[in-house]
Design a protein around this ligand. Structure first.
Ligand code: PLP
Length: 454
């Protein structure tokens, strides 16, 4: 065995200076966004009222394989990057597996997840364009926290529409966001037309990412000098998150380690897309044949049980139409504890790669995920986010298969964040009150019935 340390860090000089634009590598591009009004592909000018110009340019870029990271952002990244690659020696031992397990840990910054990788450039470009206000949605709260950190740093006013169940389950998230100076509004709310409409139709709803997106977009359009920013799903977010995969590959290459299996959890697809990007770029060019797995919750199974179809990104049907794996914009996920994975759709890039067979997907029930999370915490020490624990669960399953077969595979997974604000969920698990909810086919049919006819 090569002498691999517990933690592999990179020097500052080894940090990526460019993001990797996976679309420029793909043999077939994802389908374009469609403007629901015209039925035609969206133009950059149609996206600019909502999004910053530079982010629209990145969103539309299908030709440049690499895009320079501005020096300001490289400097911002140095405050919390590189993130460590950890050899899970203790977990390997506890499982008694011959497999080698590694994870790339994105939870070392205060926001606790990978979200800061995209929050920083998004706020930077907004500031550069002379904007003074931003709005966004947050599900579990990680994105809102990351964005509030970046907004404080660049001096931008921020309103965060937070999915109501999350704001109730995680009151301290709200307090952190407010510490950084942003305003938190539980969604659906009475502050927007779409919020009032959703509340009228669904009075007891705990909200969803889809609702919160509609509210944040409406407020951005109605506020002068204000744009909306999104923490996942879109191509430019995946682009920023490729910092994860590039650092991972540089670190593993230093020790001659090549993954046999690469695993990430998927909500909107950004940490997974960013983690796998350099390896998929090589896979497309025939340079590797890594087995890649996306781990999702059984309660919100967009890849494993969704349809590959054009759909809105939000419940209020205000976004452009995106071709993606989706459960339908009207699908209301059960209030499970992996808030960051409760989105009805999936990144169009990740969806296209899945459709073209570059990876497979597995879904996991909540209690099984928390069993994995608890074992991980007790062996590796780090308290994982429920979202990230889907990847842990999958990695453990793969490691146990190796134990059966005696294969000595190298398993690498993305640990997207920490679970310090998820103690309500951990508590429910320890007290035995946590339940598993798997939608029936009929439940899914109700969601599919809300897909737009195009
Ligand atoms: C937001 C979040 C996710 C899910 O979002 P993706 O865009 O799919 O990455 C996963 N893990 C953590 C810790 C998150 O905060």
């Amino acid at each position: 065995m090569a002498n691999v340390p517990y933690k592999i860090y990179l020097n500052e000089e080894e940090l990526p200076k460019k993001w990797l634009n996976i679309k420029a590598f793909m043999k077939e591009l994802p389908e374009p966004f469609i403007n629901p009004g015209t039925g035609k592909p969206c133009t950059a000018d149609e996206l600019k009222p909502v999004f910053c110009d530079e982010l629209v340019a990145q969103e539309m870029n299908t030709t440049d394989k690499f895009i320079d990271i501005p020096e300001d952002i490289q400097a911002f990244y140095k405050m919390f990057r590189p993130s460590p690659v950890v050899r899970a020696y203790n977990l390997e031992k506890a499982l008694g597996t011959p497999a080698e397990i590694y994870y790339k840990f994105e939870g070392t910054n205060t926001s606790g997840s990978h979200k800061l990788n995209s929050a920083a450039p998004q706020v930077y470009y907004a500031k550069k364009q002379g904007l003074t206000h931003l709005t966004t949605e947050t599900g579990a709260g990680q994105w809102g926290t990351a964005l509030s950190m970046a907004a404080a740093f660049y001096g931008i006013d921020l309103k965060v529409y937070m999915v109501k169940v999350s704001s109730e389950q995680k009151p301290y998230r709200k307090a952190v966001i407010e510490t950084y100076g942003a305003e938190v509004i539980p969604s659906p709310s009475n502050t927007t037309e779409v919020g009032r409409k959703i509340l009228a139709e669904n009075p007891g709803t705990g909200g969803s990412l889809g609702c919160a997106i509609s509210e944040a977009m409406e407020t951005a359009l109605k506020t002068p000098n204000c744009k909306y920013v999104l923490g996942s799903v879109l191509d430019h977010v995946i682009l920023h998150q490729t910092i994860i995969g590039q650092e991972l590959k540089t670190a593993l290459d230093k020790y001659g380690v090549t993954p046999d299996v690469l695993i990430g959890c998927v909500g909107g697809g950004s940490n997974f897309g960013g983690l796998i990007a350099p390896y998929v770029a090589d896979k497309i060019e025939g340079k590797n044949n890594i087995e890649i797995i996306a781990a999702e919750p059984a309660s919100c199974p967009s890849l494993t049980r969704g349809k590959y179809a054009y759909d809105f990104g939000d419940t209020g049907k205000t976004t452009p139409l995106m071709k993606m794996y989706t459960l339908g914009n009207g699908f209301m996920p059960s209030p499970n504890h992996a808030g960051g994975l409760r989105f009805h759709g999936m990144s169009p890039i990740v969806s296209k790669l899945y459709h073209d067979g570059y990876f497979r997907a597995e879904s996991y029930e909540q209690t099984k995920v928390f069993e994995a999370a608890t074992l991980f915490a007790r062996t590796e020490g780090t308290l994982p986010a429920p979202e990230s624990s889907h990847a842990i669960c999958c990695a453990i399953e793969e490691a146990l298969k190796c134990k059966e077969s005696g294969e000595k595979k190298t398993i690498v997974f993305g640990l997207s964040g920490t679970g310090y604000f998820d103690m309500t969920a951990y508590k429910a698990f320890h007290e035995g009150t946590m339940t598993d909810y798997i939608p029936t086919d009929e439940d899914l049919e109700k969601g599919f019935a809300t897909l737009p006819q195009i």
